[in-house]
Design a protein around this ligand. Structure first.
Ligand SMILES: Cc1ncc(COP(=O)(O)O)c(C=O)c1O
Length: 298
């Protein structure tokens, strides 16, 4: 059964999901997005993703084309029509199609696209990222995180060029993922995930104001509080990563992914706290994820 996507008012098979070449999302990266998951028929943290989408839209003066309930309804409907119990969802809102000019007044109105895609990329692409169960090998990228003074990192926008360049650096040197430093030289985040270390029984991660305020990041901090595991949002240096007892990345895409090496320095992986948090988050998905596809585990 083909995956069904939604494009500007219509549900269409994935291979026919297309927007205009005049769309300002395509021309200027003028738009926002969210990525989330459906596992065993349950959608996880849809409300939080819609909260962040609304905030990103407000920050960019972008009017969402649908209200929150309708957006949630479209996402669930696409999953139901696809009959897909394990699938990834991407919500994309752009400024819309119009004359190619840096002036939002020329667009006809925002585009809304909901894409569904399988949890792993096709094997023939050679992308190995998801397969590294034992632990990722990271490399610090030369390219830096765009500073908050230039663009607010909490906006999940369609501008990912720094992150793409960082990922290319990592791949070309035989690594799985890149770490971006901020302009001060402190660790910011990975190209597509937030970063955590465990050091002397303490969980540490960079402050949300300097990175994407990840929903998985927040979930992990919450799980740590519940487990009375001390945690701290603080500046981290590369030395903190190199000497960590454990290190892991978080994202809706990969949940919690252990890190086995940073810039050639091995880190024990997966460590006990990483494994415990991973178990807890998967359990949370089962217990708190909203069942949207009949036939899922009750
Ligand atoms: C740059 C960046 N940081 C962090 C994350 C993790 O965020 P979340 O846990 O909300 O998926 C992502 C996810 O797409 C990301 O692109």
């Amino acid at each position: 059964m083909p995956l069904i996507c939604y494009v500007n008012g219509e549900f269409v098979p994935a291979e026919r999901a297309a927007v205009s070449a005049f769309d300002h999302g395509f021309l200027y990266g003028d738009g926002i997005f969210e990525s989330l998951t459906v596992s065993d028929g349950r959608i996880f943290k849809l409300g939080e993703h819609l909260d962040r989408l609304e905030k990103s839209a407000r920050a960019l003066r972008l009017a969402l084309p649908e209200n929150r309930d309708r957006l949630a309804g479209i996402v669930k409907e696409a999953v139901r029509r696809s009959g897909a119990r394990d699938v990834y969802v991407r919500i994309v809102v752009s400024r819309g199609a119009g004359y190619p000019l840096l002036d939002p007044r020329v667009t006809t109105g925002p585009s809304l696209v909901v894409l569904l895609h399988p949890p792993t990329p096709p094997a023939e692409t050679g992308s190995s990222y998801r397969a590294r169960g034992a632990g990722l090998r990271l490399k610090t990228a030369a390219v830096r995180k765009v500073p908050a003074e230039a663009f607010e990192p909490r906006v999940k926008s369609l501008n990912y060029l720094n992150n793409v360049l960082a990922r290319i650096e990592a791949i070309e040197s035989g690594h799985d993922e890149a770490i971006l430093l901020d302009m001060r030289g402190f660790v910011a985040e990975a190209a597509g995930e937030n970063i955590f270390v465990v050091s002397a029984g303490r969980l540490k991660t960079p402050r949300a104001q300097q990175v994407l305020d990840g929903i998985t990041r927040r979930t992990v901090l919450d799980l740590a509080r519940r487990a009375e595991l001390p945690s701290e949002e603080t500046d981290l240096t590369l030395y903190d990563l190199y000497t960590a007892d454990e290190c892991f990345l978080t994202s809706s895409f990969s949940r919690i992914h252990a890190v086995a090496e940073v810039d050639g320095r091995p880190i024990p992986a997966p460590g006990p706290i990483t494994q415990q948090l991973r178990r807890q988050i998967l359990e949370l998905e089962r217990s708190e994820g909203e069942l949207i596809l009949a036939g899922g585990t009750p």
